[in-house]
Design a protein around this ligand. Structure first.
Ligand code: SF4
Length: 328
């Protein structure tokens, strides 16, 4: 029996950080063992919010290609490619846009939330509003059965299903699979300021950060703000640093930290030092692997080209069917 197909993408916003790794990529590593997996670098999507800053795009894509291979995405197991290398995404997008009511896009919760969050940029563009339609094109192009999503992305997938139904209704032919969500439990990793770890917030710990950089960043974490003095009992649940321990410090030590924090027998500085060691220990083999991958030079591009070729066969097949159905 053919494996179900799963598809997911990531915007090339620079080097991979720990939030990306624990939030998405670690999940992809499992998926590539169980599904016919398609993972793409979503460079067109990056333009929806950063259209005026393309100066680093080429470099960012290169970094992402290296980082993906570094953390274990395997071109022999998964189809890895860059979105803009398959022009069919841009061919299907306007076709789906024609049948998508504006009101559906305006009510997507992330539209207004992101507008409010991202300051200093004019996001009242067609591209930003139509972002979920491009996402739908990505999904349908490869006849994806499953899309891994966090809870905030669920409305996008529901929109994709509604677009599928509308297409089938308008053109009287059922050619697409309605994609299903695979809910992913995403461990929340916070940066030193307590916000979600993100490159755009300037609070990210990158997998390629040297040890000293990791130390500096972790030592700058704001911890439990209610814990003024070392003798005050702390609360790991209210501490921005603690998620790092939860993920990177071993269970036994973790339990010890919880106890010692609550009974004030450990200070935040010492606790941070333990986190520095845990994260550096976790990153050590990753950085070693990154050096090996970097040494592959042009072979890296070839590995992604292999994915692009596989993606081409499927994407072109879908577009032939779409164009025949709509009589283009
Ligand atoms: S001791 Fe550790 S867990 Fe407790 S508040 Fe300080 S940094 Fe956070």
């Amino acid at each position: 029996m053919a494996l179900k197909r799963v598809l997911s993408g990531m915007q090339p916003s620079g080097k991979l950080h720990l939030g990306n790794v624990v939030g998405a990529v670690n999940n992809w590593l499992k998926l590539q063992e169980e599904y016919d997996s398609f993972f793409f670098i979503a460079d067109w999507h990056a333009l929806t919010t950063h259209y005026e800053h393309t100066e680093n795009l080429v470099q960012n894509k290169r970094e992402m290609m290296i980082d993906w291979l570094t953390v274990g995405l395997d071109p022999e197991k998964a189809t890895l490619f860059v979105q803009s290398d398959r022009k069919e995404h841009a061919e299907l997008h306007p076709i789906l846009s024609m049948i998508t009511p504006l009101s559906w896009l305006e009510r997507v919760p992330t539209y207004k939330e992101k507008m409010a969050q991202i300051q200093g940029r004019d996001l009242s563009t067609y591209g930003f509003l139509g972002y979920p339609v491009l996402q739908t094109a990505d999904i349908l192009l490869y006849k994806s059965d499953i899309v891994p999503v966090g809870i905030d992305q669920l409305p996008h997938l529901e929109l994709a299903r509604e677009i599928v139904r509308t297409f089938h209704h308008v053109y009287k032919k059922e050619i697409f699979t309605e994609p299903q969500s695979k809910m992913t439990e995403i461990p929340k990793l916070t940066g030193n300021d307590g916000r979600k770890m993100s490159k755009s917030y300037g609070n990210a710990l990158f997998i390629s950060d040297p040890e000293e950089e990791v130390r500096k960043k972790i030592m700058s974490y704001v911890t439990d703000t209610a814990r003024i003095k070392k003798t005050d009992p702390g609360s790991p649940e209210n501490c921005n640093l603690f998620p790092l321990h939860k993920i990177f410090t071993n269970q036994e030590k973790n339990n010890e930290i919880v106890e010692s924090c609550k009974n004030a027998s450990i200070g935040c500085v010492d606790c941070k030092k333990i986190a520095v060691d845990s994260v550096n220990k976790y990153l050590e083999p990753i950085k070693e692997k990154r050096r090996e991958v970097e040494a592959l030079k042009d072979d890296i591009v070839d590995m992604y080209k292999q994915g692009t070729d596989k993606a081409r066969t499927i994407a072109q097949g879908t577009m032939e069917l779409v164009n025949k159905t709509i009589r283009i």
